[in-house]
Design a protein around this ligand. Structure first.
Ligand code: DP6
Length: 332
C-alpha cells in the first residue's frame, strides 16, 4: 500500500493485431474467455501509446483518447481494468490515462487490442508491479479479448482455455519469421455502429456458431502450420475461410450484423482475381467494412497499386509483423 504523495507513472506502447483465425463469441463474457482459440500477427507501424499516472490528488479516474476526454463506457471499461491493477498491487489511488493511437480507431483495425494491451502494461508498471507475459496477457484479455494477443510479439496464438488462469496468448513465431505485409484497405473511417463486445454476445443466436466453434481446432492447426511453413496458398485459403465463417455468424445472428459495404466486396473480389494471376494476396475482415489484404513484401507495391484503383477505396495503410508491447518510460 502506498502512503506517499508521489506520482507513479509509466508509458507503454502496444501494436494492434490482425486475427487470421478469429475470436467471435465467448464461453464467459465477463472474463472474456473465448468460445475458440485464435491466431494473429502484430502490426508494426501502427501503435497505441498510453501513459498511466496514479496520483494522490485525483478525485477519480480520467481518460483522454487522442486528446479528447472520454467519460462514457470507454472510461468505465478502463476504470474496471485499473481496479484489477489496484487490487493486484494494493494501490488506492485514482489515475489519469492518456492514450494516443496513430490509426483510425473503432473501424475494425483492432484499436481496443492495442489500447488495452498498452493500458495493462502501463498501469501495472505505474502501480509498481512487474507482471510476466502471460499475466499481462490475461490482464489485457479482461479489458478486451483480442488485446491479450497484442502483449506477445510476432505471430501469436491465444489458447482459449476455460478459466482466467489458462486463457492467454503467446508467440509461436517471431516477427522476422515471415515477411508478410498487411495492406489495410480503408473504405470507411467511421466508428462502427455495433462494437465487438455486443457482437460476441449475439454469436450464439446464429445456428451456425456451434459448427464454426467445433471446427476451430482444425482451422487453427492448418493456419499455424501454413505460417510455420510459409505456405502462402494454404495460408490464404484458411484465413479467407475463417473470415467468411465469422461473417456468416454475424449476418445470421439476431439481430443480424452486416459490416460489409459495396467497396468491401469489391476488394474481396479483386484479391481473389490477383491470386488467380499468381500474385500472393488474401483477405480477412474484422468487425468493420475495411479489408486487411495480406501479401508478401516482394508483391506489396503491386497489390497496393491494384487495390488503390478500386471505387470506394479511401486509403491503404501497410504494416509488417511487429513486436511485443513495451514499456517506454516508467518512474515516480
Ligand atoms: C472481429 O477483442 O474487440 O476483431 O473483447 O469485446 O473487446 P472485446 O472484443 P474484441 O473482438 C475482436 C473481434 C474480431 C476478431 C479478432 O480480433 O479475433
Amino acid at each position: 500500500m502506498w502512503y506517499t504523495t508521489h506520482m507513479h507513472t509509466a508509458t507503454a506502447l502496444a501494436l494492434p493485431n490482425i486475427a487470421f483465425i478469429k475470436y467471435w463469441g465467448d464461453q464467459d463474457p465477463c472474463l472474456r474467455i473465448p468460445a475458440n482459440g485464435s491466431l494473429s500477427m502484430n502490426l508494426a507501424g501502427l501503435y497505441t501509446r498510453t501513459r498511466v499516472t496514479f496520483a494522490t490528488e485525483l478525485p477519480e479516474d480520467t481518460l483522454t483518447v487522442n486528446e479528447q476526454a472520454i467519460t462514457d463506457v470507454g472510461l468505465e471499461r478502463v476504470s474496471t481494468l485499473l481496479d484489477c491493477v489496484r487490487e493486484l498491487a494494493g494501490v488506492r489511488l485514482f489515475a489519469t490515462v492518456e492514450s494516443y493511437s496513430n490509426f483510425p480507431i473503432g473501424a475494425g483495425i483492432a484499436s481496443s487490442a492495442s489500447a488495452f494491451a498498452a493500458l495493462s502494461l502501463a498501469a501495472s508498471a505505474a502501480a509498481g508491479r512487474q507482471l510476466t507475459e502471460s499475466e499481462l496477457s490475461r490482464l489485457a484479455r479482461s479489458g478486451s479479448g483480442s488485446a491479450c494477443r497484442s502483449i506477445p510479439g510476432g505471430f501469436v496464438e491465444w489458447q482459449a482455455g476455460s478459466s482466467d488462469e489458462d486463457s492467454y496468448a503467446f508467440t509461436f513465431a517471431p516477427p522476422e519469421h515471415w515477411d508478410l505485409v498487411d495492406c489495410i484497405v480503408i473504405v470507411n473511417q467511421a466508428h462502427k455502429a455495433v462494437g465487438s463486445t455486443a457482437g460476441h454476445a449475439l454469436a450464439l443466436t446464429s445456428p451456425l456458431q456451434p459448427a464454426r466453434v467445433q471446427d476451430a481446432p482444425r482451422r487453427l492447426d492448418i493456419c499455424r502450420r501454413a505460417i510455420l511453413q510459409r505456405d502462402f496458398q494454404a495460408f490464404a485459403e484458411i484465413i479467407e475461410l475463417d473470415s467468411n465463417l465469422m461473417h456468416s455468424i454475424m449476418i445470421t445472428s439476431t439481430p443480424p450484423l452486416l459490416y460489409w459495404q459495396p467497396a468491401t466486396l469489391a476488394v474481396m473480389r479483386a484479391v481473389q482475381e490477383l491470386r488467380q494471376t499468381g500474385i500472393p494476396a488474401a483477405y480477412t475482415i474484422d468487425a468493420g467494412p475495411n479489408v486487411h489484404v495480406l501479401t508478401q513484401s516482394s508483391s506489396a507495391s503491386q497489390v497496393i497499386a491494384h487495390l488503390a484503383r478500386l471505387d470506394g477505396v479511401q486509403q491503404i495503410l501497410t504494416a509488417s509483423p511487429g513486436g511485443p508491447a513495451i514499456l517506454v518510460e516508467a518512474g515516480c
